[in-house]
Design a protein around this ligand. Structure first.
Ligand code: COI
Length: 332
């Protein structure tokens, strides 16, 4: 068996090399992203492993079919950048890593929220200028707030445990009820109710497709005054312009954004010497009421190791047994 792993970062290499040695399987490591041009490198290999935020072009899958490669394993969870139709017509199976570390993302959401509740960004900026005054950065305590968790999959549930540990009142919404959360009586009947009753709304749901936002002008008008939005899920869940305006005009307190609707090409890129043309994002960056980070909630040693090894395990299972526990149902 010969595998090829695309879009590999420096910090992932050692885990892939270790897996290759432990399993005695050749894995070619490629730093390039998977495109219609780079897919040519996969000729002669049995399976492709990849991670990228850039959409996967349909032509990649036509080429895979031509080369006789019928499995692609992603090192991440989100499959919103994969054209399922192209996979289906080329008879290609897809796996992802549904759970590499829900705790990494849950912990990060809470970290961002705590930083915002205590106005850390503004305070640190002031101290950098040798302004050591307290006022106006008085904080709020998590134990006095109602946190509304939208989405009770693995990440949402990990977040709930942490918030409960801090003594917050937690409410939750999900179309699909989890028995544990049901037993605790945390579910409210609708997303609207969650938005209305929460001091903090934290999103742990997948993308619903471009233009289908959960946080926008209309939903914001339903939210409590001074509420906070936390998003470590997908940027397109939020209309960023509406959110920015709601914070700027004082309706909402602020937001934690580890994802952004137009992040592709910006996040995880060094733009220090480039002209920065995204005016909206620039306003968000400048605002002390936005904690903005470049999609790093997942970025821990535990998660990165799991992403590298679980994707390879799934590939091995697909190639030896014809299926794996992480195979995605392309009909959904
Ligand atoms: C995912 O796993 O889909 C994520 O959003 C994290 C990614 C940046 C590796």
């Amino acid at each position: 068996m010969k595998l090829i792993d695309f879009g590999v970062r420096e910090d992932e290499k050692k885990y892939i090399q270790e897996w290759s040695k432990d399993n005695d399987v050749e894995v070619k490591i490629v730093t390039d992203l998977l495109t219609p041009e780079t897919v040519k490198m996969a000729q002669g290999f049995d399976g492709i492993v990849a991670y990228q935020q850039l959409p996967y072009d349909e032509k990649i899958f036509d080429a895979m079919n031509e080369y006789g490669i019928h499995v692609i394993s992603l090192r991440n969870v989100g499959v919103d950048n994969v054209p399922f139709e192209a996979l289906k017509r080329n008879n290609i199976r897809l796996t992802n890593v549904p759970s590499y570390s829900p705790e990494a993302i849950a912990e990060y959401s809470v970290t961002g929220l705590m930083a915002l509740l205590r106005n850390m960004k503004h305070m640190i900026r002031k101290v950098d200028q040798h302004d050591f005054r307290w006022v106006p950065d008085i904080g709020r305590e998590l134990n006095q707030l109602t946190v509304g968790v939208a989405g009770t999959g693995r990440i949402g549930r990990a977040a709930i445990k942490i918030y409960q540990g801090f003594g917050a009142k937690v409410i939750a919404f999900d179309k699909f009820h989890n028995p544990e959360i049901d037993k605790e009586g945390l579910y409210v009947d609708s997303l609207d109710t969650l938005l209305k009753e929460s001091d903090v709304v934290t999103l742990h749901i997948p993308s619903m497709g471009k233009g289908h936002t959960v946080i926008n002008k209309d939903s914001i008008s339903e939210m409590k005054d001074n509420a906070i939005v936390v998003n470590t899920a997908r940027g397109d869940l939020i209309n960023t312009k509406d959110l920015y305006e709601a914070v700027a005009n004082g309706k909402l307190y602020g937001a934690v954004m580890d994802v952004y609707e137009n992040e592709v090409g910006i996040f995880n890129t060094d733009l220090t010497d480039a002209e920065f043309s995204d005016q909206l994002l620039e306003k968000v960056i400048q605002s002390p009421r936005f904690i903005l980070t470049p999609h790093i909630a997942f970025y821990t040693t535990k998660a990165v190791k799991n992403m590298a090894t679980i994707s390879l395990n799934s590939m091995m299972s697909e190639l030896t047994k014809g299926t794996s526990e992480n195979e995605i149902n392309l009909e959904k």
